[in-house]
Structures are given as C-alpha cells and as structure tokens.
Ligand binder design. Structure first.
Ligand SMILES: C[S@@+](CC[C@H](N)C(=O)[O-])C[C@H]1O[C@@H](n2cnc3c(N)ncnc32)[C@H](O)[C@@H]1O
Length: 286
C-alpha cells in the first residue's frame, strides 16, 4: 500500500511553489494571513494592498492545481471606519480574471462565537470559504459528507404535494432540482453550504488555527484516499495532520520558523507511526 506523506516546507509560498510541477494537487485549502494594518505575529498585509499581494500567489495555486481540483479559500473582511472592507469582493473579481471559476461560497458558522455588544452591528459569527475551480468538471464526493436526515423529514414527508413527487427544478434557473418524495425512508441527506463548526484554537500556540473538522469536511468532499492536498499558508499544520489521518498526501507551506516547528510537532504527536525521511514525514497507521 502507498505510504501517506506529509511535508511542511518553510518559506513564502510564492517561491516554494515554483519547485512544484503543474497539475500536482487535487485540493488546495487554506486560510491566508488576515488583511491587517498591525504587523503582529503573522500577516500584516493592508486591505488595500491585499489583492496585489495575493494574485502572484494564486497564479501559482492555479498552475499547481489539477484541472479536476478545487481551491478553498477561507477569508473574511474586517470592518474599517464603520464599513465592511471590499477587498474580498475585489479579490473574487480578480481571481475570476486570473482564470478561476468562482464555483461556490460556503459559510463557516462559528457556533461558539463569544457574545459582545457593538453600537452599530451584531457579533460576527461566520467566515467565508470560497470555492474556486479551474474547470466545471471537478471531483466532488457528495456522498462523503452526508448528514442525518433530521426531524423535518417526519412531518414534511408525511403530506406530499404534487410538486413533491416529480423533479421540481429551481424557478430561478440555479440548476438546483428537488424531488422531495425521493427522500422518504432515507436516513441521510446532503448537507447545505453552511458548516456549523466551533472554533478550536484555544489549545494550540497559533491564534488562527482551523478547527480540524473544517479541512476534514473539504478534504472528504473534494479528494479520495491517496490524493494530494496543499495548504500554502499552513500555520500550525492542521490541514496536513487531518490529511494524513484521512490518508491523503499533503504539503504545507509556512513562512515562520516557529509555526513550521509547531506543525511538525503536531504531525509527530499524532497517533501515527511517523518515519522522518529528511524533511518529509511518512505516515503509517499504528
Ligand atoms: C491564518 S494563518 C493559518 C492557520 C492555519 N489554518 C492553522 O490551522 O494553523 C496564516 C499563516 O500563513 C503564514 N504566512 C503568511 N505569509 C505567508 C507566505 N507568504 N507564505 C507562507 N505562509 C505565510 C502565517 O505565518 C500564518 O501562520
């Protein structure tokens, strides 16, 4: 059986990716540094410079992603001078001009968001997970992320109307079609594009770590076992640890030494037999 590998590389992903061949990865999933004026531990790209900073890097992502692959970008604009900044919207438009298809937008609802009071808005409890593709024929394992049908089915499926027993296509032309009767007697349904996940960075020495369930969901949805996953801003290495657990090959790139060490530590402490081969970790289940 093929050995699962995880590799954490130090450097700017713009440079590091130049060593990778075209069409290498099945999934790129990442949370880049925030657009922020403060030069704190990581990031510090001001919002008005963000698109200009991001595009040379996304050009590399486009090159190294397979035609059947997917790029998931976790990002959220901040409030500045009482307004939402528009850099994410500008970034989406620029990525489309660069050749990406903006296929979907998932919402990560942060279930455990702390309460607060602001004079002119409510607490922010969601982030965007933007899905981009190179082609319309990308790999998608919808069956891998099915969810329990839920209580709605008991009442809704009891009394079916005439539009419920035939495929009823969306009247707004979205391509979405439903046949409610098909779901009778089933235990599992397809999920929505809203992910309800708690943030979990309290136990990590990185303030912006993914909850492992976030990369896990997208890795299951967009890759098969043995496929290759890239996180070009890997931080504490969550994506690679999850990918290894799911037996996907992975590469993580991180600018700062301290986070590279944290990511490597995370891989070492996982419940895996880890064979250190140079800078690469080969992982076999215990
Ligand atoms: C939001 S954090 C990612 C956190 C990650 N998802 C995790 O689970 O820990 C972004 C990371 O990108 C790193 N970074 C910033 N600029 C970078 C660059 N040009 N190339 C690679 N990594 C970079 C930062 O040091 C930071 O750790």
């Amino acid at each position: 059986m093929r050995v699962t590998t995880a590799e954490i590389k130090q450097g700017d992903c713009l440079k590091v990716l130049q060593d990778f061949a075209d069409n290498t990865f099945d999934l790129i999933i990442t949370s880049p540094p925030y657009a922020d004026r403060r030069k704190h531990t990581y990031g510090g790209v001001p919002p008005e410079k963000y698109v200009e900073w991001f595009l040379p890097r996304s050009e590399q992502f486009l090159r190294v992603l397979k035609p059947t692959g997917t790029f998931v970008l976790n990002i959220k604009e901040k409030v500045e001078n009482g307004e939402r900044h528009t850099f994410v919207i500008e970034l989406i438009l620029s990525l489309r001009r660069q050749g990406w298809l903006w296929t979907e937008e998932f919402i990560w609802h942060k279930k455990n968001c702390y309460p607060g009071k602001w004079p002119n808005r409510f607490r922010d409890s969601w982030e965007r997970c933007l899905q981009f593709n190179k082609t319309r024929k990308f790999k998608m394992n919808q069956g891998a992320v099915m969810v329990p049908m839920g209580d709605w089915a008991k009442t809704r499926l009891k009394a079916l109307g005439k539009n419920d027993v035939v495929r009823f296509d969306s009247q707004v032309g979205s391509g979405f079609g439903k046949n409610i009767a098909n779901w009778k007697g089933r235990d599992l349904a397809y999920p929505t594009n809203v992910l309800h996940l708690a943030t979990e960075c309290g136990n990590k020495s990185h303030s912006a770590a993914f909850p492992p369930a976030l990369p896990e969901w997208f890795i299951k949805l967009f890759t098969d076992e043995g496929d290759s996953v890239l996180d070009p801003f890997v931080g504490s290495g969550t994506t690679c640890a999850v990918a290894a657990r799911l037996r996907r090959q992975s590469v993580g790139i991180e600018l700062h030494r301290q986070y590279v060490e944290l990511a490597q530590q995370d891989l070492k402490s996982a419940d895996w037999q880890l064979l250190e081969k140079g800078k690469r970790y080969e992982i076999r289940k215990r």
